[in-house]
Design a protein around this ligand. Sequence first.
Ligand SMILES: Nc1nc2c(ncn2[C@@H]2O[C@H](COP(=O)(O)OP(=O)(O)O)[C@@H](O)[C@H]2O)c(=O)[nH]1
Ligand SMILES: [Mg+2]
Length: 343
Amino acid sequence: MTGAAPDNSTAPLEVACYRATPHGAGAVAMIEIVGDVSSCLTALCGRDVEVGGLRLRKFESIDEGLVARLAPERAQLMPHGGTRIVERLAEWLSAHGAHWIDDPLAARAELDPMEIFPEAEDRVEALALATMARAASPLAVQLLLAQRERWAAHGSAPVTADDHARSARLMRLVDPARVAIVGLPNSGKSTLSNALLGREASIVSPEAGTTRDAVSARIDLAGLVVEWFDLPGMRATGDEVEASAIELARGLVADADFVVALAAPGIPWSDIGRVPDLRVLAQIDRVPADARAAACAGADLAVSAVTGEGIAELRAAIRDRLVPKDDRLSQRPWIFDPRLAPA
Ligand SMILES: Nc1nc2c(ncn2[C@@H]2O[C@H](COP(=O)(O)OP(=O)(O)O)[C@@H](O)[C@H]2O)c(=O)[nH]1
Ligand SMILES: [Mg+2]
């Protein structure tokens, strides 16, 4: 940019922006701006930042922070993360004509990934970095990093129906699968969910009907992160709130990618309206050694949330059923973005 700074009292900025960090206080916040970034930076900071540059700048009289100029039409403003500072910066942008993007994820998805990740060596790597930014599972990272080489080795060879099927399963490393745990009241669903999660997210009580709403949390199953639903026990009930929760639970079971059925000593398998993917006998610590074989009949696995027995095996079993090891170890390229190979 040359010449005088634009007079912003008469010329609104031609930029769109969105908050790239969550609302609420943090050490540093980030607002991404797209469009006529040069004019915006000149008005806000007194001068522009060169493309590729990372500079410390004053944001008017509001704050001082970093500006990362990712591309001619794209920059990130990184003020301190105090809520009032971010609000004032947002107010300044609005007052100068900036337009706020409603759905930044959708807006970002439409961008050329090479523009978002100028450091990427090629398009596959840029797409991999974009996918990594939203991938839920630690296991996704190594696999995504390997894709540039895989696709390079693959060249222009055709992708097969098998590649598409395997790729779809591998997408569970990016978008968490929905896993529901179902069983009669007191089979131990909430206690087991808490043990897997490692903190108290559900209410555990010997009083049946304590878990009235479906409680969901992201749980790491040995590298695979899933959306885990602890559902209320399916039983006939006169309680209206509990009845509607059970109705909701039936819907979640029908939609789930994976269903774990739970039974416990003295608490049989329940009718869940579909064939479960895994049958688990809980509370195995309550079964004397000589009665175990009989107690475990019909179960794929036995666990105890109290002693921890079988918990690691349970994590691995669900992980390997959702994203089989053969898929993870395959040397074929992974279609982790539809732009790599249209279906
Ligand atoms: N001994 C033992 N008790 C358990 C175990 N898991 C759950 N319980 C107990 O069984 C009762 C019901 O557990 P809860 O998780 O609320 O069952 P839910 O109704 O299926 O969610 C509680 O008193 C728990 O403390 C376990 O692995 N071992
Ligand atoms: Mg419960």
